[in-house]
Design a protein. Structure first.
Length: 94
């Protein structure tokens, strides 16, 4: 008789961190990743240094979570925060 151990497949989640000086990333990244991994999630972290870069990345990739440092340059002038729900990859986000 052969026993096959079934390995749990982790669900992949894309996370965008918008932070120009790494303060937010340093504060939340490690505990957040640990929490997600313990929950059976395989987090993939992508970083943007300003609102314009975040807008471009949001147009090209779907993110399940977006963490934003409100002190980031070009965050409001491009309307990233207010327009995130209009990007093709975030239209189903709440």
């Amino acid at each position: 008789m052969v026993f096959i151990q079934k390995r749990e497949m982790k669900q992949r989640k894309n996370i965008l961190i918008v932070d120009n000086n790494c303060e937010l990333e340093q504060l939340v990244k490690e505990p957040l990743l640990k929490q997600l991994e313990n929950s059976g999630v395989a987090p993939v972290v992508v970083r943007a240094k300003d609102g314009a870069e975040a807008a471009i990345k949001s147009e090209n990739q779907k993110f399940d979570m977006v963490l934003i440092d409100t002190e980031v340059p070009r965050l409001m002038d491009r309307g990233f925060v207010y327009g995130i729900h209009t990007y093709k990859n975030t239209q189903d986000a709440n």
